[in-house]
Design a protein around this ligand. Structure first.
Ligand SMILES: Nc1nc2c(c(=O)[nH]1)N[C@H]1C(S)=C(S)[C@@H](COP(=O)(O)OP(=O)(O)OC[C@H]3O[C@@H](n4cnc5c(N)ncnc54)[C@H](O)[C@@H]3O)O[C@H]1N2
Ligand code: MOO
Length: 415
């Protein structure tokens, strides 16, 4: 279909944009479409993005406290008298009475320092003698020793979590230390992944298993999206249109794979245009992934990824993931990794080539090593690689020089 001259001007890739332009358009759209805010319990906050900055409501420690189990006393008294009688015991959670003049106080770790004391020594460094007198068994500690001072970690009003911070156990600990039980976060983007093509039917003569739907659900789900999927094992326009309309219902983002090139069964663009969608860009000068097309439908982003699984993965990593991050208020490129390239690569003019690389630790640090790939349909290259390097005429990869890459997995999975 659409073999005519006029039709081709909409459908072909003559007006494709370059990588930087496409990414800029993707991120600009995300910035003008912020996610609503919701509150989640701290136990469910990992992987969510803080909607606002959170400030400390109280200092930490909230008072001067003992770092040890031992005895608290006035340094000058111990220096003058050599030993001091013990006037009692203070434990964590107490509000201790002031130290009786010329006395020591038994004190436990985390307990408040009684007024009048300015030094703590560990119990194993002191001897307790007749008449409940304590004396240093070793050299007397310095004044101020073994006291954790009020606010030495942070003060009331200090920023504990920045807006846009991806939360994990570190922030959970900080917020819990303030008595907080929940936190305001951006709602998880609701994504529908829709694959299409008659070859996806199990009984098709040349059946092809749908790997794109599970792949993208896994990738975008681990990037924080709430993903639902739909596999349309047909090239029928009416059926695909019905599923695309359903995909748009109740979602923030729609991701399609397949049916976006210029073949006779590539219907995604026509269906979306008929639904009133607007083209943001049609095609990108990247390899693989050239047919990647972005539309906007009723305010939501619709990303049409090529059906070739390797190309679909690259477009999702390079564009959809940053989109989802920015949508939730997180920085777009928080996940880039750098290392020294151990190979050189140029890209054809006006094209950005994506190169899978593995990361190897050498005596001088980490290196990017090229992973062979069969191209746009290749998915095994990704499981042999750790990151994805972008090479262009302006930014060629040069052996011995530092390069930046999009990681394919969490750093803990590095061999
Ligand atoms: N005349 C031109 N033809 C093509 C061009 C071009 O510029 N001019 N671009 C080529 C490029 S580059 C790509 S990439 C493909 C993209 O085509 P589509 O996005 O329309 O994808 P399909 O044709 O539907 O499928 C391509 C390929 O991928 C397999 N596939 C599809 N869906 C899935 C899935 N869910 N899971 C696994 N594999 C899937 C499908 O069987 C095909 O082998 O267009 C070129 N053509
Ligand atoms: O750009 Mo296609 O995605 O190379 O096969």
């Amino acid at each position: 279909m659409h073999q005519g001259q006029i039709q081709m001007s909409v459908h072909d890739f003559a007006r494709r944009v370059d990588y930087a332009t496409a990414l800029g358009l993707v991120l600009a759209h995300a910035r003008q479409t912020p996610q609503p805010v919701t509150r989640v319990p701290l136990t469910q906050a990992t992987g969510r993005v803080a909607a606002h900055a959170v400030q400390a409501t109280s200092a930490r420690p909230p008072a001067d406290i003992s770092a040890l189990d031992g005895y608290a006393f006035a340094h000058a008294d111990m220096l003058a008298q050599g030993s001091l009688p013990v006037d009692g015991r203070t434990v964590a959670g107490d509000r201790p009475a002031a130290l009786a003049a010329g006395h020591a106080r038994a004190i436990l770790t985390g307990a408040r320092i009684p007024a009048g004391a300015d030094c703590v020594m560990a119990v194993e460094r002191m001897t307790l003698g007749a008449g409940d007198q304590v004396a240093p068994a070793t050299a007397l500690a310095q004044a101020g020793a073994n006291i954790r001072y009020r606010g030495e970690e942070f003060g009331a009003g200090d920023v504990l979590v920045r807006a846009g911070q991806m939360l994990d156990w570190r922030h959970v600990a900080l917020l819990a230390s303030q008595g907080m039980r929940d936190v305001a976060v951006a709602r998880r983007p609701r994504v529908c992944v829709l694959s299409n093509g008659a070859e996806l039917a199990a009984d098709a003569p040349g059946a092809c298993a749908d790997s794109n739907t599970p792949m993208l659900a896994a990738m975008l789900g681990s990037a924080g999206a709430r993903v639902r999927t739909c596999s349309v094992a047909s090239d029928d326009v009416a059926m695909q249109a019905a599923h695309l309309r359903a995909a748009c219902t109740g979602t923030d983002v729609v991701v399609t794979t397949g049916g976006i090139s210029v073949g006779g069964t590539d219907h995604m663009l026509d269906i979306l245009l008929a639904m009133g969608a607007r083209i943001v860009f049609r095609g990108v000068s990247i390899r693989p992934g050239k047919p990647f097309t972005m539309l906007e439908h009723d305010g939501r982003a619709v990303f049409c990824l090529p059906g070739n699984p390797g190309a679909a993965a690259i477009c999702a990593l390079a564009f959809v993931q940053p989109y989802l991050r920015v949508l939730t208020g997180a920085p777009a490129d928080m996940a880039q990794v750098s290392a020294t390239a151990d190979f050189s690569a140029d890209a054809p003019p006006d094209t950005t080539g994506f190169i899978p690389v593995s990361m190897r630790r050498g005596p001088q640090g980490w290196h990017f090593v090229r992973v062979p790939t069969a191209g746009a349909s290749d998915i095994i290259a990704f499981s042999r690689a750790d990151a994805l390097l972008a090479a262009s005429a302006e930014n060629p990869v040069r052996a011995g020089q530092v390069a930046w890459a999009i990681p394919l997995h969490a750093p803990s999975a590095l061999a």
